[in-house]
Design a protein around this ligand. Structure first.
Ligand SMILES: Cc1cc2nc3c(=O)[nH]c(=O)nc-3n(C[C@H](O)[C@H](O)[C@H](O)COP(=O)(O)OP(=O)(O)OC[C@H]3O[C@@H](n4cnc5c(N)ncnc54)[C@H](O)[C@@H]3O)c2cc1C
Length: 300
């Protein structure tokens, strides 16, 4: 029987592993795809304290090597169900069932993509899903934000402070973000709006050079030269497998308290998949720390 099974080998899960292993716990990390989580797709990370600049892949590999060196067992299996038997839990994957005393859910979120032809190829080369992460690479440049909700407005406000011009492109005729954000945007003289429009092409081979926008009403196509496009059309937490057990909010994020408890004793939540305001490496690592220490403290 494992002391703790961690679901997800992203920054939150691996940090939880480091803390649990250093407390001498028997730990299994189950990962559906590949170690590292979302950060492996980041070309450069410049906001992780004590590391001035590192590729997302190298950062993830360093975390993975650290957690392996401490003795973590890591298996590449997707968790499809969990049975709560009180003091004992069962974690189910397609081929196996693992018993443990506590579980930390660190499953992250999937970023919603536009689905354009070369979107993945240009990721980190002008296409981004996170202004806080990548905005500073485009200081003084013209950039665009796609989306009309709170995330898009927040991204645009952040970028307006560092970029020359920010164009918000939205498919409807008005933003649907909170009024307080709208008012803040109105005070930014370098933010422009293109409504009723969709982005239909990303232009550039090794670096984004411009985007082609199509007006829904007139079908007119326009090329907008930009150094970067920040796509903010939503994130999808994939917690359906756990929905019968832990409480999710309306968007599908797992509800957890400041100590990373879920509603089920012995099941904790860490990282981007938790209902919270800020989703970054530092907050994922913070959650991983808290979830592991809480689990260890409460373990019978
Ligand atoms: C392109 C890009 C650039 C970024 N740049 C920065 C940056 O510069 N600075 C910064 O602070 N943040 C950055 N971020 C955000 C950062 O990557 C996330 O906040 C962080 O990775 C969250 O960590 P996490 O462990 O909570 O989730 P994730 O990193 O999403 O990891 C979750 C892991 O769980 C696995 N998983 C999911 N479901 C299951 C299941 N059922 N069974 C088993 N495993 C499962 C997934 O495969 C994944 O590996 C960036 C994000 C992206 C996409």
């Amino acid at each position: 029987m494992y002391d703790i099974v961690i679901v997800g080998a992203g920054p939150a899960g691996m940090t939880a592993g480091i803390y649990a292993l250093r407390a001498n716990k028997k730990v299994l990390i189950l990962e559906a795809v590949a170690y590292g989580g979302k950060i492996v797709t980041a070309t450069e990370v410049e906001n992780y304290p004590a590391i001035e600049k590192i590729s997302g892949y190298d950062l993830a590999t360093n975390m993975f090597n650290q957690v392996k060196k401490l003795g973590a067992e890591v298996k590449f299996e997707k968790v499809i169900d969990i049975n709560d038997l009180g003091d004992k839990k069962e974690v189910i994957t397609k081929d196996n069932k693992y018993e443990c005393k506590a579980i930390i859910l660190a499953t992250g979120v999937q970023t919603r993509q536009l689905g354009l032809e070369n979107e993945n190829e240009l990721l980190g080369k002008g296409v981004s899903y996170c202004a806080t992460c990548d905005g500073s690479f485009y200081k003084g440049k013209d950039v665009a934000v796609n989306g009309g909700g709170n995330s898009a407005a927040e991204e645009a406000l952040f970028l307006a402070q560092i970029c020359n011009k920010v164009t918000i492109i939205y498919r409807n005729d008005a933003l649907r973000c909170e009024k307080i954000l709208l008012n803040k945007l109105k005070n930014c003289s370098n933010v422009e709006y293109v409504y009723d429009s969709n982005i239909i092409r990303l232009n550039g081979d090794s670096q984004l050079e411009s985007i082609t926008i199509k007006n829904k009403n007139t079908n007119e196509e326009t090329d907008l030269p930009v150094s970067a496009l920040f796509i903010a059309i939503g994130q999808i937490p994939e917690n359906n497998n756990f929905a019968k057990l832990v409480t999710l909010n309306e968007q599908g994020y797992i509800i957890g308290d400041d100590s990373c408890h879920t509603n089920v004793p012995g099941i904790y939540v860490a990282g981007d998949t938790r209902e919270k305001e800020v989703r970054q490496l530092t907050t994922a690592a913070s959650d991983g720390t808290i979830a592991a220490l809480t689990a260890i403290r409460e373990m019978k």
